[in-house]
Design a protein around this ligand. Structure first.
Ligand SMILES: Nc1ncnc2c1ncn2[C@@H]1O[C@H](COP(=O)(O)OP(=O)(O)O)[C@@H](O)[C@H]1O
Ligand SMILES: [Mg+2]
Length: 328
């Protein structure tokens, strides 16, 4: 299989941290499970499938979850956070599919897919001569895949409104065919209240709403959550939709950050939706993405790398799992 780039990997020290053991312990596991590492500049690197094998051997079960990054306000970090989560989860052994729904194609570009001629989700759902979902999926690596987006998707919303049947099946039918091939399917949405985003919400198990410490983001949050609540009452779901607010671009030196954090934590409803992890404001994220890298392969000691790692562990339930494993 021709992939866009080489595998995302973890190093033994990273694995040691999550497994709560010594580096020697990690090397012992690698040896006893006959796991081959890649040697890069004399450093060992462990590919996603091997990390998966180690986690599974210790009893960790990968979730099967569809997550959408949505909020009507642009620039709050949907694409950057979806990108970071996808890559970190993949490094932690998850099989991940990203579905880019934004015609800007920021997530596709960040993953190194810049060719505007690629087929997109539109080519799967259109009535006239549709193609199979498998034909549209691009393997970024063996275990991290992408359904890309580009300007052709500017008509996606119109096609969904005019040509399609009930919104709750449009993406769900596509996903049902491939759901078992992945642990995480991650939608990156455009900043809009649109039929496309409704269809994505209806196909998701969890929506992550990134907010920034500013008034517009908070207004966007209110509108988006109201809209999702309307969907929940209009369409029957087999399981409840999990809504998570993610505080992004937090800067302790700025009073707006603490003010908006206080606002969030004082809110009866929002406080229970807010993820424990906050992501601090740090340009390492944009610098890495510009180089078609993530903070996990583009930086070593960056505090946003730390935050995004904790976010991934929170979503995957990794810290809790390995912490309790150790107590027993
Ligand atoms: N935590 C952060 N710190 C600094 N810059 C950030 C952070 N998160 C996102 N950004 C930057 O903010 C801009 C908008 O992010 P993006 O992910 O494109 O937002 P959206 O997809 O919601 O429009 C980008 O330039 C991105 O690099
Ligand atoms: Mg975006």
């Amino acid at each position: 299989m021709e992939t866009v780039r080489e595998e995302y990997t973890l190093t033994p020290p990273e694995l040691k941290d999550i497994l709560n053991m010594s580096v020697q312990g990690v090397h012992h596991i690698l040896k006893s499970q006959k796991i081959k590492t890649i040697l890069d500049n004399k450093k060992h690197k462990i590919i996603s499938n091997a990390v998966r094998q180690i986690f599974v051997s210790r009893g960790y079960k990968y979730n099967n979850e569809v997550i959408a990054f949505q909020i009507v306000k642009g620039g709050t970090g949907k694409s950057s956070l979806a990108h970071s989560l996808a890559i970190r989860a993949n490094q932690y052994g998850a099989r991940v599919l990203c579905i880019d729904l934004d015609q800007q194609g920021n997530l596709s570009q960040a993953l190194g897919v810049t060719d505007p001629s690629y087929d997109t989700i539109l080519d799967i759902i259109k009535k006239d001569d549709p193609i199979e979902v498998e034909q549209v999926i691009i393997p970024i690596t063996e275990t991290l895949h992408l359904i890309p987006s580009n300007m052709n998707n500017s008509v996606l919303d119109k096609v969904i409104q005019i040509e399609q049947g009930p919104l709750q099946y449009i993406f769900k039918d596509v996903i049902d065919k491939i759901r078992n091939d992945y642990d995480y399917i991650i939608f990156d949405c455009s900043p809009a209240i649109s039929s496309t985003n409704t269809a994505a919400a209806l196909a998701s198990d969890r929506i992550i709403l990134p907010v920034n410490p500013d008034q517009f983001a908070f207004e966007g949050l209110k509108i988006t959550i109201e809209e999702i609540h309307k969907l929940n009452s209009k369409y029957k779901r087999s399981a409840p939709l999990l809504l998570n607010i993610l505080f992004n671009k937090f800067d302790a030196r700025k009073s707006a950050s603490s003010d908006y954090l206080r606002l969030l934590m004082a809110h009866d409803v929002y406080k229970n939706m807010t993820l424990k992890t906050f992501i601090r404001d740090n340009t390492d994220i944009s610098n890495s993405i510009r180089k078609k890298l993530s903070v996990f392969d583009g930086t070593k000691n960056s505090y946003i790398r730390e935050d995004l790692d904790i976010l991934c562990k929170e979503i995957m339930g990794l810290s809790d799992f390995f912490a309790t494993l150790h107590e027993n």
